[in-house]
Design a binder for this molecule. Structure first.
Ligand SMILES: Nc1ncnc2c1ncn2[C@@H]1O[C@H](COP(=O)(O)OP(=O)(O)OP(=O)(O)O)[C@@H](O)[C@H]1O
Ligand SMILES: [Mg+2]
Length: 230
């Protein structure tokens, strides 16, 4: 559904990704793994259109979207959850959700659905997002993205810096969402086990290049761990 074909992209004239090709399967999960600084977040910024490739092509459903602005990509069903549990800290949980739902057909139902997926948020509706724990804020950030009912969800390290019990909860929800169908996920994740359990395809990035890729699943673990030690 989303394809990167030989994409070179970076910041200003600096190149970070050096000829990255990968594909997110329709209704499936593609996981991108790699060490700090490998270029994972850069890849997601290029996917949502915040960075424009120096060369190469990005396609959505076969259409060339390489130069399409981010809001047009969102209109085509893409949603992006950046790294670092980003929400509006001075707004309450309810307001953070409402902001996305307002004016959107089916917005109210979408908020209810998101609260079903992340029940903890239901008890925190009146609390400012800045006062939530990192795990709760991450769940809020994913819930906000889901209110747009995306066909393709871009998730940047959803379990980073979150205590293990909440990591399990977030993992379970993402796995359930992925298996429910109707949505593809491009998941950036450093937890190899979770990433491979979720993914039909994986790619390991190192210094801006794909150094290993293939079908996901736990069988890929040896290859991934080996690629990550190089
Ligand atoms: N806004 C920016 N301007 C210039 N260089 C940047 C910018 N953001 C990231 N970089 C550089 O691009 C490279 C890749 O960064 P990126 O954030 O994509 O890595 P990452 O794989 O997401 O790392 P992490 O696991 O730490 O999140 C790094 O060398 C980084 O310093
Ligand atoms: Mg990153």
């Amino acid at each position: 559904m989303l394809e990167f074909d030989a994409v070179h992209v970076g910041y200003g004239r600096g190149v970070v990704l050096r000829g990255v090709s990968l594909a997110v399967p329709v209704d499936g999960v593609a996981a991108v793994l790699g060490h700090n600084g490998a270029g994972k977040s850069t890849l997601l910024r290029a996917a949502i259109g915040l960075l424009r490739p120096h060369s190469g092509t990005v396609r959505l459903d076969g259409d060339d979207i390489t130069t399409l602005a981010p809001h047009h990509r969102v209109a085509r069903g893409m949603a992006y959850v950046p790294q670092g549990q980003q929400c509006f800290p001075h707004l309450t949980t309810a307001e953070n959700l409402q902001l996305v739902a307002d004016g959107r057909p089916g917005g109210r139902a979408a908020v209810a659905e998101a609260l079903d997926l992340f029940p903890v948020l239901g008890d925190l509706l009146g609390r400012r997002a800045g006062l939530l724990s990192g795990g709760q804020r991450q769940q809020l950030a994913i819930a906000r993205a889901l209110i747009t009912r995306p066909r393709l969800l871009l998730l940047d390290e959803p379990t980073e810096g979150i205590q293990p019990s909440v990591v399990d909860e977030i993992e379970r929800t993402i796995l359930a969402l992925a298996r429910r169908g109707g949505m593809s996920v491009l998941l950036v994740e450093q937890h190899v086990g979770f990433a491979l359990r979720a993914a039909q395809r994986y790619a390991v990035l190192a210094a801006g290049r794909v150094t290993s890729s293939g079908p996901g699943g736990t069988d890929a673990e040896t290859a991934v761990r080996q690629a990550l030690t190089v």
